[in-house]
Design a protein around this ligand. Structure first.
Ligand SMILES: [Zn+2]
Length: 175
């Protein structure tokens, strides 16, 4: 798929005790999709989330850099690799997108970011406990969206879409 198109950014934070930290940011996508990488919105959300979670958890972002890559043929929504979250390229919108689609992407961005603390920094002992980090991240996706971004409708989308999806999944033998 490479070489990837890259956009660089930075997040800076001042703590109450006067200390400061900065974290380099980057976005990646296939070069052919470069014009559809809306870096401004994605970096805005990223900075809002890093500030929100750093303050909420009382622990600075732990992995030195925060990069996000949009990758092809990805059957997950996203994956919280420490310092380099991978997203399905379906979260780039070459044909335009509704507010609901932008909201869903913001929710996933916050979900994955919360995993940097809960899932990556602190992790479950074994796969049996996967539900714990995922339910926590599900909560944080909506909570951070409402508290830190313009997507104030995030809990409605959660109740209407993601919760219904969970009920469906829970009826399957694969649950
Ligand atoms: Zn997750």
């Amino acid at each position: 798929a490479g070489p990837y198109h890259r956009v660089a950014g930075e997040w800076r934070h001042s703590f109450e005790d006067g200390s400061r930290m900065s974290v380099p940011l980057a976005l990646y996508c296939r070069a052919s999709l470069a014009e559809h990488l809306d870096a401004r919105e994605l970096f805005d959300l990223t900075r809002q989330g890093l500030t929100f979670f750093t303050e909420l958890f009382g622990h600075p972002y732990p992995f030195g850099k925060y990069e996000q890559a949009f990758v092809p043929e990805y059957n997950l929504g996203a994956m919280e690799n420490p310092g380099l979250v991978t997203f399905t390229e379906e979260y780039l919108f070459p044909d335009g997108a509704t507010r609901a689609q932008h909201q869903g992407r913001a929710n996933t961005l916050m979900h994955e970011m919360s995993h940097m603390w809960f899932g990556d920094l602190v992790t479950m002992r074994w796969w049996d406990d996967l539900w714990l980090k995922e339910s926590f991240a599900e909560f944080m996706g909506a909570h951070a969206s409402v508290q830190a971004t313009d997507f104030e409708e995030a809990w409605i989308a959660f109740a209407d879409r993601r919760k219904a999806w969970a009920y469906q999944q829970d009826q399957l033998p694969t649950t």
